[in-house]
Ligand binder design. Structure first.
Ligand code: C5P
Length: 248
């Protein structure tokens, strides 16, 4: 009976995985990106562009990806004084992106300014307001690293503090580890979108990720979107990996 329930849940979550999967384009250059996109076509809907490729190619790159039909997660992790972040978020929203990141450590004023900037940019350009995602504690930081920057909290407490703070100040989402998502969803009363990197299929290499989960378990724990990079773009046949993820 329990097994039957779990099977049903698993097939339900697999059926919508294509809508929830974000592929991180952590590639070297635009030629590698084009080659990858030729292989996967419309089997991927959302692409994450990070600071490397955005710094290299700028808004023209976003435009090219959008013209190919993809939705964009712009992962620049903005962190500066509120006015500077507000104007950057306004420009980002004018690109017509689906979601973007700010560092929660920038505080409540910076978070409010980011949300305001994104709303203004969306209004001026006629685009939808992007989901503003707060990045809490980087997964590369442990308690020792937090101490170095003057934070005495445990990683877990600091993640919850920062997540609560940004959601209370208008951020519509959080980037978190798949192992944190259940606790955040139950502890934060306001609704928010949870996005989890650190996703691996069973038997995949973990690479440098320390705390990983499978797509199904992240979704069952409350993740709304999953970020996957190397397991997909490094595969010799990425389409077959995607089919495995989608349960085809
Ligand atoms: O290749 P892999 O699947 O590990 O890629 C995960 C992606 O998610 C990378 O782009 C990485 O920068 C990003 N990310 C992460 N952990 C965070 C925030 C972002 O792995 N806490």
């Amino acid at each position: 009976m329990l097994q039957e329930g779990n099977d049903k849940k698993n097939s339900l979550c697999k059926s919508s995985l294509k809508e929830k999967l974000i592929v991180a384009l952590d590639l070297n250059d635009i030629d590698e990106v084009r080659e990858f996109l030729n292989k996967v076509g419309d089997n991927v809907k959302i692409l994450k562009v990070g600071m490397r490729l955005f710094t290299k190619y700028g808004p023209k790159f976003i435009k090219e990806l959008k013209e190919k039909g993809y939705e964009i997660f712009l992962d620049m992790k903005y962190h500066d004084i509120p006015n500077t972040v507000m104007t950057a978020c306004k420009e980002a929203a004018m690109l017509g992106i689906k979601m973007m990141t700010i560092h929660a450590i920038g505080g409540s004023s910076m978070c409010k300014a980011a949300v305001e900037g994104a709303s203004v940019g969306a209004k001026i350009s006629g685009n939808s307001v992007p989901i503003i995602l707060g990045v809490t504690v980087l997964t590369s930081m442990d308690e020792e690293a937090l101490k170095e920057v003057g934070v005495e909290n445990t990683v877990e407490d600091e993640v919850l503090n920062l997540a609560k703070m940004v959601v209370e100040n208008g951020a519509t989402g959080i980037v978190c580890s798949p192992l944190e998502v259940k606790k955040l969803k139950s502890s934060i009363k306001k609704e928010f979108v949870a996005i989890t990197p650190g996703i691996r299929l069973e038997n995949d290499s973990k690479d440098d990720q320390k705390r990983v989960a499978t797509p199904e378990s992240a979704i069952l724990d409350g993740a709304d979107f999953l970020v996957m990079g190397r397991s997909i773009y490094k595969a010799s046949d990425p389409k077959s990996v995607l089919n495995k993820i989608y349960g085809n």
